[in-house]
Design a protein around this ligand. Sequence first.
Ligand SMILES: *Cc1c(COP(=O)(O)O)cnc(C)c1O
Length: 351
Amino acid sequence: MTYQGLIHKYGHLLNLPSHSRTVSLLEGDTPLIKADNLSRHLGGDFELYIKYEGLNPTGSFKDRGMTAAVGEALGRGAKTVICASTGNTAASAAAYAARAGMKSIVLIPQGKVAAGKLAGSVAYGAQVIQIDGSFDDALTMVVEITNKHPIALVNSINPYRVEGQKTAAFEICDVLESAPDWLCLPVGNAGNITSYWAGFKQYDEIKSTGLPQVLGVQAAGAAPLVVGHSVDNPETVATAIRIGKPARGEQALQAAEESNGQIIAAADMQILEMQKMLATLEGIWVEPASAAGLAGLAQEIANGKLTMKGKRIVAVCTGHGLKDPDIITKDMPKPKIVPPQLDALEEIILG
Ligand SMILES: *Cc1c(COP(=O)(O)O)cnc(C)c1O
């Protein structure tokens, strides 16, 4: 049977109200790619899979939650959706609102949103507003305005976002026929780690698929869950997780604790190095934040804190590399220019 989107496939397992409508771009059903080259590079004694969420319709996992959140908002008669965003939520909200015939307003922190994300929001017709402040400031404003006006909030504090995002855990278990031993993923506002944990627990209850240990990874300059308090001026190249006060921080810590996992931090340099390794060793180009989970995993293996021998690991790569081309091109040497002659080309290639 042809694939008809998340709500069609897994809607019966999601806690959505009866007024919800289906607004779909056939999100989900993303590939789980075995990464033997990278696994070998990191020690080679475990099975590694990449859940490539950058292949969702707007280029990030945010589409999983957005199909559910926008469908609910449409069903209850909302005309406008709003969100605060480091970029990917904005693009996703804008696309699903367009599909539903609704208006979208997105608040982004000034100057800190990657080019591909901003372009997406504009292309899908959102009203884009820059806030002279952080993501956390923008989220506070979105909460205040939706308390006052009939505008639907579609950030991950919206419970239907979490419901939709649970489906990634279902897909992993369906493909592997059980939960992996470890799940590693980046943590920003902590909606995704909350969703995965809820999804794995639910599937284990109904299908006895078991539970993974969860390794959540924050960027070192934006690691409130690691340092134990909110961070006022979060800084990292991984803009999607540049968040100092995670809305679902408590739930993230609970997921780590219940799963016998951990939340750790990875430095920007490690994150960028992993982004490059994943692209050059496996042909999978992700945006910087998406490499954080793997960067944290590599760090824990290298310093001997985690032994992965014989384990099956799934790393969630949350968004596509095309979202943030500047991070690659800004330090890139200009490609050599040669005249259109074979001998010139031979000289360059063969030396
Ligand atoms: C949103 C996002 C994250 C962080 O997810 P949270 O649910 O906020 O923890 C990580 N990577 C990418 C690419 C994202 O868009």
